[in-house]
Design a protein around this ligand. Sequence first.
Ligand SMILES: NC(=O)c1ccc[n+]([C@@H]2O[C@H](COP(=O)([O-])OP(=O)(O)OC[C@H]3O[C@@H](n4cnc5c(N)ncnc54)[C@H](O)[C@@H]3O)[C@@H](O)[C@H]2O)c1
Length: 340
Amino acid sequence: MKILVTGGAGYIGSHTIVELIQAGYDVLAIDNFDNSYPYVLDNLAKITGRTIAFEKVDIRDKSALKSYFQLHKDIDAVIHFAANKAVGESVAKPLKYYENNVGGTVNLLEAMQEANIDQIVFSSSCTVYGEANPPVNENAPIPIAQSPYGNTKQICEEILHDQTIATDLKVVALRYFNPVGAHESALIGELPIGIPNNLVPFITQTAIGKREILTVFGNDYPTPDGTCIRDYIHVVDLALAHVAAIDFLTQKKYTDSFSVFNLGTGRGNSVLEVIQTFEAVCGVKLNYQIGPRRAGDVVQVYAACEKAANELGWKTKKTLEECMLSAWKWEKAIASNTLN
Ligand SMILES: NC(=O)c1ccc[n+]([C@@H]2O[C@H](COP(=O)([O-])OP(=O)(O)OC[C@H]3O[C@@H](n4cnc5c(N)ncnc54)[C@H](O)[C@@H]3O)[C@@H](O)[C@H]2O)c1
């Protein structure tokens, strides 16, 4: 079975390529390196012992995508990661997000239809739920999106759903909670560009001395320690869920042509718990302060994961401690400048 991974040089795409290859799939990858680097492909080869069949293709370029599929007629399914993902930037540059995330997905679906490829796994997000009561299951209402980025995920899910009605397309949409951590080799991981928006890269960058101080945005929320609660999922567990989703599609285990799954641990951890876990397992004292709340932060969100367990046969295995240790090992690898 041959799987095309869009955004394959990115954070989640690269980890998924490792697990697909280890599960016995043939993998093709495309990326435009908008938010990643070519050396990731070399490091994937080091981890897997295989050269990754890669081409630089921008999914906004419809004719390039169509030519790509004409050259690769034996693709069985696509995992679609390629997108822009910075919520704040999406507020400042909405058209960039609609063009790339929505327009790129439409181009991909058109090219797939022309090439008779009818199975796709799509990267969605728990942001589609907004402020829902945890544990959040897949039937929770989808409110009006709070950012253009969140809206692109909602719109893409709707486009994919419409396309399953109009054609033979089969879709698995995966709503990720908070992906963190890195591969144990520390050869691949997340490369946040600029000041990180997410807690874990901010913690590791503060610990390594790249950032002077970590600010906790508010400690007066209605949670046990007053800080916000999220569901942190190790990226390797997340990658394994994509292998399970591909098995689900290619082995026709679905009952609906459009299936949606939450991918989380089912456990919520507060910002302070994450900080304390990092300090305890990595043996580093963090310089942090309590600041005011950040606009737009949801108080607490974590997943109900029973659907993925029952239908995909997938559950997370890694602990928050393993998330912190691997993230720290990755931050030290970035600092040592030995990645490329
Ligand atoms: N990381 C998260 O916290 C998170 C949470 C929920 C959902 N997601 C979604 O998961 C997917 C992967 O996220 P990630 O964290 O790996 O991000 P990432 O930025 O590390 O990876 C995305 C990859 O897509 C590439 N790309 C972007 N636009 C492209 C284009 N037009 N053509 C070809 N390649 C393009 C980028 O260069 C990058 O390598 C995205 O769709 C994102 O929205 C991520």
